[in-house]
Design a protein around this ligand. Structure first.
Ligand code: HEM
Length: 138
């Protein structure tokens, strides 16, 4: 990611963080509308789950320029997700729901360069998580 993209993700994330709880609720609405079958994967309380998701996105945003710290955290998160029954195709659905939520939450501030910055960031985060979810070949 370019320094400009990192800055855009940070600034827009700070705005979404101010409305974290409704943004998380909106995200899950978007997600389950896109694929209602994903609902069965989530066993816990959705408000708590939403808070964890927003917190993790916040950590990723904060650590974008410290990949040596961020990458191992994402690999462990990805391995846990394989255990939750998450399949590679689900990452695209979640990415779509995330972008839609940002668009709804940020309005005009979610301009084209900001959308590209988030798309790049989500691509990197989800690719790292999915790598870790692959079974190790022996
Ligand atoms: C950028 C990508 C993602 C991030 C940052 C993220 C973040 C998190 C976090 C922080 C947790 C809390 C538990 C833990 O730390 O292991 C969690 C749980 C979970 N995530 Fe994700 N996640 C992502 C992608 C996905 C995708 C693609 C799916 C597929 C639908 C998914 C489904 C779940 C499920 C089912 C749980 C467990 C919920 C439960 O036990 O009720 N996540 N996620």
């Amino acid at each position: 990611m370019t320094p400009d993209q990192i800055q855009r993700v940070r600034t827009s994330h700070a705005s979404v963080a101010l409305i974290a709880a409704p943004a998380a609720a909106l995200f899950y609405n978007n997600l389950f509308e896109a694929d209602p079958s994903l609902r069965r994967l989530f066993k816990g309380d959705m408000a708590a789950q939403g808070a964890r998701l927003m917190q993790m996105i916040g950590s990723a945003v904060a650590l974008l320029d410290k990949p040596q710290t961020l990458l191992p955290v994402l690999r462990m998160l990805g391995a846990r997700h394989a255990g939750y029954g998450v399949k590679p195709a689900h990452y695209a659905t979640v990415g779509g729901a995330l972008l839609k939520t940002l668009e709804q939450g940020l309005g005009a501030a979610f301009d084209e360069p900001t959308r590209e910055a988030w798309t790049t960031m989500y691509g990197l985060v989800s690719a790292t998580m999915q790598e870790a979810a692959q079974p190790v070949a022996v």
